[in-house]
Design a protein around this ligand. Sequence first.
Ligand SMILES: *Cc1c(COP(=O)(O)O)cnc(C)c1O
Length: 405
Amino acid sequence: MHISDIQEQFSEYVVANYSRLPICVVRGEGSHVWDSEGKKYLDLFPGWGVAGLGHCHPAVVEAICKQAAKLIHVANHYYNEEQGAFAEILSSRAGGRKVFFCNSGAEANEAAIKLARLARQPRFKIITMKNSFHGRTMGAISATGQADYQVGFTPIVPGFAYANMNDLASVAELVDADTCAIMLEPVQGEAGVVPATQEFLQGLRRLADEKNLLLIFDEVQTAPCRLGEWFGYRYFGVEPDIITTAKAIAGGMPMAAMLARPEVAAYLKPGTHASTFGGHSLGCAAGIAAFGVMERENIMDNVKTLGPWLDDQLAPIISSTIGIKAIRRCGFMVGIELDFPGEDLVADCRNHGLLINCTHKTTLRLLPALNISRADLEEGVNILQECLHRALRRTGSVRLKPGRG
Ligand SMILES: *Cc1c(COP(=O)(O)O)cnc(C)c1O
């Protein structure tokens, strides 16, 4: 099918809640995708972080095919082998926390919100951060500290208060007798790769201990391996009570998990919470395969090696270019903050065969596959640099610093 026919079909039958780019992806392999017109792209934002092992990793594909022929789903009324095995893999990499499975990041956060209230009832208030992003369900948009996501959906779920990232006093000020938890992304993704400082997270841990609050890390984007550790909390060396994760945990399958310290997890008794699809055999088999690949292919070493290498590649671009305000990198999360809107630049990259994202209008965002090769990453940086320089020339004034370029 030609792209215009596909677009016509979408406009006729699909709810128009996404602003879609004029590309229909028909095939993916590693860090590359092909569109319906046969054009090949280097994908440095694969699946918004879902394709952590690139597209269609052969080991994941094989596990899905084998499992699909055996058993896809049974109700959580029964046991299934794959769920137990995947839970053991996750738990053993997350300090023995116990696992509840669901299907999306927002759902994992809903589970965390419910558990925090249940475990500390009648307290109910949860402090989250401004500029955070926790998903699109009612609980998740209420936790999200950005009014834009709540407009049109009020009243939001009561009991959320928003503090400033990396400002411990602003959190402490909001804690009162009703507060049960503090929830945050250790590195804010949607906000444009804004990391918490270790000092801030340590302060939150102390505050939580003092006031008997639960500390919740939304690691939907930062785990697994995105920061060069199985879970992001290890990158910061601060232990949360509850972790949520989703996106890349099962090689592209819709899977998510909430992990809680056993004493906290114990509050979720039969009847308190559930998910029909949660922990289904197919997704768990894909997850087991994905974690096998992460271990065998030394994915965390790749992130730890190519991350600093990427800094070296990007440094001359910053120093030679006036339009870049900052580059922020944590593991394989990269935010490049421009002093002009990035949308046209992203389109130019696309035309030149590179897929990246722009968030909050001016921050370019890269979430490369964790197993990407140095050659692919280098190609991406080169295309990005050319497009960036073209964008700066287009804005009129010569914006390249003299003598560079
Ligand atoms: C993507 C994301 C979510 C939402 O995940 P969904 O699977 O879209 O519900 C929540 N939190 C963070 C940090 C995310 O990056």
